[in-house]
Design a protein around this ligand. Sequence first.
Ligand code: AHR
Length: 658
Amino acid sequence: MIVYLAVSLTVLAQSARQQTTSTGKKISPTLFGLFFEDINYAADGGLYAEMIQNRSFEYTPADRREWHSLTSWEYITPVFSYGSLNVETNKPVHPNNPHYAVLTIEHVGQPGVGENSKIPENKGVPGVGVKNLGYDYMVVNAGEKYAFSLFACQLSATPVALTVSLQDPRGKILSESKLTVNSKDWNKYTATLTASERSDSTSLVILGTTQGKVGIDIVSLFPENTFKNRQNGLRADLAQLLADMKPAFIRFPGGCLAHGDGLGNMYRWKNTIGPVEQRVEQRNIWGYHQTAGLGYYEYFQFCEDIGAKPLPVLPAAVSCQNSGGTWRIGGTGQKAIPMDEMKDYIQEVLDLIEWANGSVSSTWGAKRAAAGHPKPFNLEFVGIGNEDKITPEFEERFKLIYDAVKAKHPEITVIGTVGPFPDGEDFTKGWKYANNLTVPMVDEHYYQQPDWFVRNQYRYDAYDRKQSHVYLGEYASWGNKLKNAISEAIYMTALERNGDVVDMASYAPLLAKKNHTQWKTDMIFFDNEKVCLTPNYYVQKLFTANQGDYYYDKIVSKNSKDSTLAASCVKDSKTGDIILKLVNGGTASQSMKIDLSAFKKLASQAEQVVIAGSAEAENTLENPQAIAPVQSKIKVSKSFQYNAPAMSLTVIRIKTQS
Ligand code: AHR
């Protein structure tokens, strides 16, 4: 189907000829988007703004061998208090959330007087309780408000008083609130904690300060300032960085995370909606824990908030063939939902479409409305499967799901899957299978060296436009140096040129938390307060925020023999703007000639953004500005020369005058 080399030579030969009048073609208006996977602590401890780690006491050794219900919690008994801490399951808040902590306060110490008050153990609020260490502690800022909540129930004859505080590493109280647990039923208690000063190593302390026994669960602390101030919301700085990119779509909740490494931890969307205390937590395939606090409702809401189309990926009823200790290329690692459960599974897929788009009077539309979103989410795309091994089990299940969606929801574009390129047979088998079924789009993935992206920039020129279209759902060059980002920029100009067959594309992975990274090349690195935007982020942003829906060829003339030079020109019909992307991946500056005579009424001044620097330059959390885009205004005319700096991407956006 794909004959790369022959086409590469043809394209080179064609572009070496004299430039003639520009012709154009419609391209996908949703070409560049984002792929969010809960990998590298991207969700819990990352984009999801919850500050308490293991808030529901649901961590287990299955998540990670050394983890348990009290991971990230410490038992404390300040001022010679004593009692006990247990984890119980007899009477949980909800069966989906079985574990909770039980504090028994037998004796509350008395702060010493006189000389005794100087004994370190005599300092602080006396009581029996727990301290949460957050995800590598918590950052609080002076004057900022934090929304605290917990579920609690009185297990003794008498009510129990609790003191909740934010404390710095020396035990200094930065904010405090008191509450009394006086119901034998589980109730939610809330408080607002305002930090008196900044601390980047804050803990949350809950102390029982009267004798008695109390159950606590779903202990939560959110900054009041979440993205768009949403409840159960997202970390404002990270979410804003993604919003700034203006992505056309967001694929979620992951690649391998979506199909899981066994039937036990496939991502089942219904487990992730509704009140957080009722969601089903589970082991994350990437070796940590998934609270599902950032669940389907939050993903869809975020897409809507930033104007991106939602692209949920559901398992094709088979799990990952490569992980969970079942790495047996050959197929035996893949687990399949039994055929007698497929009717229910297919219904689960159809229910998602109803949940997203159905009227409030439909069963699942009503659940969306009850969660606070009566209007539909306008779902257009559903991904089925991720890099699955193309086994008979996969084929049988995919077809059942695909046929059911097509029959009931012809308005939905189903995106199928092929194995990763170029390793293994599943890429070729997946394509053949998808084309036979006439699946509208398939999801290709590849991670390669930068020079691969330069050499293979003609890849899609050869794709048959009459077959399944492409969603390039995951790609990246191995590295976060400028040379990596520029190789991706060269490739992205080719994606625009082929935007009539490549309908969507997204870099991967997106987010990575310092010290919790499972995948070394990522777009944005972060810790609890800082972010590091890689050159790859800047390149992606320049393409996502400057997409078009019409592609023009022959606008830019360059030395056609130099494959490190690339360019594209698109028009954004919504604004009428003409957008040029000029890439130089070489070591010397290069001249490009731009001919805009095909366009009428162009403004003479344009917005220009340039990313340039040394090939080896990279940003870090400590030095995040080694590479940063430079914005300016430039004069443009019908015909002009542009001198593209060495190792650079330039985007020029020109308004058309009405
Ligand atoms: O992006 C990281 C992983 O790479 C994805 O989970 C998977 O789809 C691919 O193998």
